[in-house]
Structures are given as structure tokens and as C-alpha cells.
Write a protein that binds this ligand. Structure first.
Ligand code: F6R
Length: 610
């Protein structure tokens, strides 16, 4: 989604704003803009469709400089990605605003403002905000009061940065429903949609809370809560370092993040398993009491995180012996589900800011679910703050839009949950011990899976000129096939679908011919023989097979088949390891196709709008 940055300092803030935008570019990237109050006390603005580097060039060209400014990278929701729709929006040369979120009553406000004589220069929902703030300033309110009044009239979600020539050293920020952090340094302050944007300038952050408004100057800041009371918010020290969001030797963040998986998983397990057991305290001091009551689990999530949830369902029922359902959050939130007593709602999310998942959680609470657990990668995100229990995935910042390390660490976290719930529902100590041992070996198994990189690179040539691909799996590896298909389609733009292999003969088999590559995951488990028959059905019809199989498995798929072996792994953790070759396959196909791998078209990293 959109990202915002703002700064007030005793130096030129334009380089800080531009660098911040680059670091936020993964959230949305169809246009970008920035505005400062320059030495002459005038709002000076640069806006450009396309990437932040185009904006950077424009800012240099027009000599944009100032000690206070706001900036924005946009992912279009209302209005096309044109220069006039790019933020900041300005009203009568006096107020400038950047906004992340969606204003739901913008049409109504627009009509009202048109009658009041305001002129609109964009098709965005944001422009009503800047007019509304101006309107209140015009009636005698200062910039802080005007923002306070204006946000009361807004319906929907917003994170705002506001500057005005009437108060040249004052940056006002407000948030409701969209994330916003306040960065603190020595007589300079910053705002941004996330911490990663500001890491080069500060490590100290305040995570503004729902409804907060902050009044920021070089000599300090004041925060007001949603009722207008002055409040103190805790200052957090971030452990992120600037390198964590640098590319280093890799050509793409996605590749870097694929290779970071052994380390990410080690971090996810760190301090959470010991002597063959999962340490329940990892879920927080109240976890044991909550888990004792849980009789069923409902998982909600979106996209890749939803696939992790689907694997979780297989595990929760087969290992932990606990009923589990899973669904996409955008459906759950409007479905009016029946709530069973003592059901735990589990949300899975990399960002913790996905609008549908947050809304799903709030709906679950309203419906009376027992308790909630968030499995999430971003500390202090909205989802984390709204949940009773939290298990952080500790994958580190994930910049590539296509989720990789966040997914596999979600699976690891999910397995920890399975084990703590399982021991309350008849799972033996031995099962727990065995799975914990498998988890401990995962980083090494993943290192081995990464060794397939070169072979996969060679195979990817076969996919690059195809229009369709089919992915097959069974059991807990069916969601892995779904995830493989999602990765391929989102970064290579090749249409890819996944099927539970047993479902093939009920329709999709009709598609099989030599033009459709069929990718299958074949761990050594009790479904193997059935999967092999499904693969025979494909090769008998001229389909070309690409099978990722456990080393101990002998798969025959016809002369044209490619069988790639993955280090022998226990069935329980196989979905985690089999994810790796599918990520690499998508990456190499996209590389050949020359797509924008880290920022695929039309997509955003964190979907903070509905
Ligand atoms: C795909 C992908 C998306 C996200 C989805 C949910 O590679 O990254 O499908 O998984 O938008 O995002 P989070 O996990 O942040 O809630």
C-alpha cells in the first residue's frame, strides 16, 4: 500500500525523505511525491508517476530543499497513477498533506467542498482531507486544531502527514486504521509508515496508537489520544540495522530472502524449544491458561499467509488432534460464522497490517471467539496489538513483495502451536520430541534444498515461454503446491493453478498436453503411491512433469520428466522444505521473463486497504 514519510530538522530533509521513500517503495510504487516548506516560506512540491528514483531526479532538477517536509509513495486506489493524483495534495498553497489509507466518505465531503468553492485537481479520496484542514484553518484554527477537527469528519482509515506555511516548523501527524511511527533523534523528528524507512536516521521509535495525533517541532513533540488528552507513549529501541534492508550481494530482495531462510528459521526457533519440547512461555505468560481451554482453532489470513494456515489445519488435526478450520480473512469478515465455545482464532500475517486480516480479527472478537493468537513478523503491528497472544516469526524485514521467508517461518511458528496444543489433546511426548528434532534440523535441510538452485535455474527455461502451469500436491503439501502456483503467477505473470492431485481427474486433466508444465511435490509419506498414480495420469496424456521428490522416492514420469531430489525429510516438516525449490523456480522463471521481481505489477507488499 502507500507509504508516507515526514521530517522536521535543522537541516535539509529532502535526502531523508527520498531515502525513506525508497525504503518504503515495496509497499506501493506507481507514483511518488514530496513537498517541503523552502527557505522562502513557500510549499515547494515534486511529484512523478513511476518509481522513487524518478522523483529523486525531479527533486534535484527543481532544487527542492527545506527543513520540514512530507513525502509519499503511492499504490493507486482512487484514481489512476498520474502526476496529478500523486501526493502530497495541496490546498491554496497553504497546506500540504500525504495520506495512507482510504477515506470512505470522500464523495460526500467532495460534494460539500465543491459547494464551498474548493477546486479539485485530482481524483483521489485524499484531496478532501487537505481541503477540510484548510477549511478549519480558514475559520481561525491553527494547524493542530484544524487537523483535530478535520479527522473527526473523516470516515475510513488514515495515516497523515500535514504541513502548512502558517506554522513553518510544525509537522502534524495523525493515524487511525493505518500504521504510523514517530522517529526520534536529537532535535529532529520523523514520521513513517514503518520503522524500516527511518533506520538510517534513528533507532528510537514511538508506535502511535489508534486515534493518536502528534504535534512535532524541532524542539519536541506532543501526542494527543483520540479523546484529545495529552498522552505519553513508550519509546522503543529498534534492533533493525540498515543492512537488514540492503540488497548486499543479491540481485533481488526475493533471492536474498530465499537464502535467508535457514537463518530466519533458526531465529524463529531460538529460545522456544529445549530438550525436545516447545517452551510454552514463548506464547506469553497467559498462554498456558488460554491453551488449556482451547477446543478448536479457526485460522484466518490472506494470500501466502493463508497457505500457511492451510498447512496448519492439516497439522492441527493430524498431529494435535484438534478440530481446525481455515479461511481467507476477506470472506470470514462478512460471512457471519457460527462460533463454537472455546475456539481460538489464529491470524497469520507477515505485515500485521493487512486490512482484511485485522478486520477479521475484530469481527471474531465481536462474535465472541474465546481468545486470539497472532503469528506475525512485525512487532507492534496493528494485528499484534489487537491479539491476546502473539508469536513473532522473527524472519526480519521482508522487502520482496512475494513472500518467502515470512511463509516458512510462519509454518515453523504454526508447528510450535500445534505441539503446545497437541500435548493437551493426547499427542505423545515422543511425537513432540521427534518433531522438535526435525525442526532443529530444518536450517540444514533448507541449506541443502538451496543447493538445487542451479538445476532449477536450468529448468526454468522450459517455463518462461509457457502461458499456463499446473502445480500438484497432496495432504499438507497441497497448500505448498498452491503457494508454488501463487509465487509463479505473481512474479512471472504466468497463469498457474494448484490442485490437490487426487482432484485432477475431476476436470483439470482435460487441460493436460505438452504445453502445460506440471509441477508436483512428492515427499515420502503415506500418500506417495496415490500421488505417483496421479503423476502417471499426467504423463500418459503427454503432460511434462517436474517433480520435486524426497531422495528416498523413486518416481517415474516418462522420458520428458524431470525429477529433482530434495534431502530426505520427515513428513511432518516436509511442507517447509518443499517450499524452497518452488520459490526458486518462480524466481528464475521471472528472471528470464525480465519482470520486476521485487515489485511485481499491480501488487503491494502490505495491503492496508480492503
Ligand atoms: C504473496 C504475498 C501476499 C501476502 C498477503 C497477506 O507472495 O505476499 O499474498 O501473503 O497479501 O499479507 P500479510 O501476510 O502481510 O498479511
Amino acid at each position: 500500500m502507500c507509504g508516507i514519510v515526514g521530517a522536521v530538522a535543522n537541516r535539509d530533509v529532502v535526502p531523508i525523505l527520498i531515502d525513506g521513500l525508497k525504503r518504503l517503495e515495496y509497499r506501493g510504487y506507481d507514483s511518488a511525491g514530496t513537498a517541503v516548506i523552502n527557505g522562502a516560506g513557500v510549499i515547494h512540491r515534486a511529484r512523478k508517476p513511476g518509481k522513487v528514483k524518478e522523483l529523486e531526479a525531479e527533486a534535484e532538477k527543481i532544487k527542492l530543499h527545506g527543513n520540514i517536509g512530507i513525502a509519499h509513495t503511492r499504490w493507486a486506489t482512487h484514481g489512476k497513477p498520474t502526476q496529478s493524483n500523486a501526493h502530497p495534495h495541496i490546498c491554496r498553497d497553504k497546506v500540504a498533506v500525504v495520506h495512507n489509507g482510504i477515506i470512505e466518505n470522500h464523495e460526500e465531503l467532495r460534494e460539500q467542498q465543491k459547494k464551498q468553492g474548493y477546486e479539485f485537481t485530482s481524483e483521489t479520496d485524499t484531496e478532501v482531507i487537505v481541503h477540510q484542514i484548510f477549511h478549519h484553518m480558514d475559520q481561525g484554527e491553527d494547524i493542530l486544531e484544524a487537523v483535530k477537527s478535520a479527522v473527526k469528519e473523516l470516515e475510513g482509515a488514515y495515516a497523515l502527514g500535514v504541513i502548512s506555511i502558517d506554522d513553518r516548523d510544525r509537522l502534524i501527524t495523525a493515524r487511525r486504521g493505518s500504521p504510523l511511527v514517530l522517529g526520534i533523534a536529537d532535535h529532529e523528528y520523523f514520521i513513517a509508515s514503518d520503522v524500516a524507512a527511518l533506520i538510517p536516521v534513528t533507532k528510537k521509535f514511538i508506535f502511535l496508537e489508534e486515534g493518536d495525533i502528534a504535534d512535532i517541532k524541532t524542539d519536541g513533540f506532543t501526542i494527543y489520544d483520540m479523546d484529545g488528552n495529552r498522552v505519553e507513549r513508550k519509546i522503543h529501541e529498534s534492533k533493525l540495522n540498515a543492512d537488514a534492508v540492503e540488497l548486499g550481494k543479491y540481485s533481488h530482495y526475493m533471492l536474498k530472502e530465499i537464502y535467508e531462510q535457514p537463518l530466519a528459521i533458526t531465529e524463529t526457533l531460538e529460545g522456544r524449544i529445549s530438550n525436545g519440547k516447545v517452551l510454552e512461555a514463548a506464547f506469553g505468560p497467559e498462554a498456558a491458561g488460554i491453551f488449556d481451554k482451547v477446543q478448536g482453532v479457526h485460522i484466518i489470513a490472506c494470500g501466502t499467509s493463508y497457505h500457511a494456515g492451510m498447512v496448519g489445519r492439516y497439522w492441527l488435526e493430524s498431529i494435535a488432534n484438534i478440530p481446525c478450520s481455515v479461511e481467507v480473512a476477506s470472506e470470514f469478515r462478512y460471512r457471519k460464522p457460527v462460533v463454537r465455545k472455546n475456539q481460538l482464532i489464529v491470524t497469520l500475517s507477515q505485515s500485521g497490517e493487512t486490512a482484511d486480516t485485522i478486520a477479521g480479527l475484530l469481527e471474531a472478537k465481536r462474535l465472541g471467539f474465546g481468545s486470539s493468537l497472532a503469528i506475525c513478523n512485525v512487532p507492534e503491528s496493528s494485528l499484534v496489538r489487537e491479539s491476546d497472544l502473539v508469536l513473532m516469526t522473527r524472519a526480519g524485514p521482508e522487502i520482496g513483495v512475494a513472500s518467502t521467508k515470512a511463509f516458512t517461518t510462519q509454518l515453523v511458528a504454526m508447528m510450535l502451536l500445534v505441539l503446545v496444543l497437541g500435548r493437551r489433546h493426547g499427542m505423545t511426548d515422543e511425537t513432540e520430541r521427534n518433531i522438535v528434532t526435525e525442526l532443529e534440523q530444518l536450517p540444514r535441510k533448507i541449506e541443502n534444498a538451496l543447493l538445487l538452485d542451479d538445476v532449477i535455474k536450468q529448468l526454468s527455461v522450459y517455463f518462461a515461454d509457457k502461458h499456463n502451469a499446473l502445480f500438484l500436491g497432496r495432504g499438507a503439501n497441497y497448500p505448498i503446491a498452491m503457494e508454488g502456483a501463487l509465487k509463479l503467477k505473481e512474479i512471472s505473470y504466468i497463469h498457474a493453478e494448484a490442485y490437490a492431485a487426487g482432484e485432477l481427474k475431476h476436470g483439470p486433466l482435460a487441460l493436460i498436453d505438452a504445453t502445460i508444465p506440471v509441477v508436483a511435490v512428492a515427499p515420502n509419506n503415506e500418500l506417495l503411491e496415490k500421488l505417483k498414480s496421479n503423476l502417471q495420469e499426467v504423463s500418459a496424456r503427454g503432460g511434462r512433469l517436474f517433480v520435486f521428490a524426497d531422495t528416498s522416492v523413486d518416481v517415474k514420469g516418462g522420458e520428458d520428466a524431470h525429477i529433482l531430489h530434495v534431502d530426505s525429510i520427515h513428513d511432518s516438516v516436509a511442507p517447509i522444505v518443499f517450499s524452497i525449490p518452488l520459490q526458486l523456480l518462480a524466481y528464475h522463471v521471472a528472471l528470464i521473463k525480465g519482470t520486476d521481481i521485487d515489485k511485481p505489477r499491480n501488487l503491494a507488499k502490505s495491503v492496508t486497504v480492503e
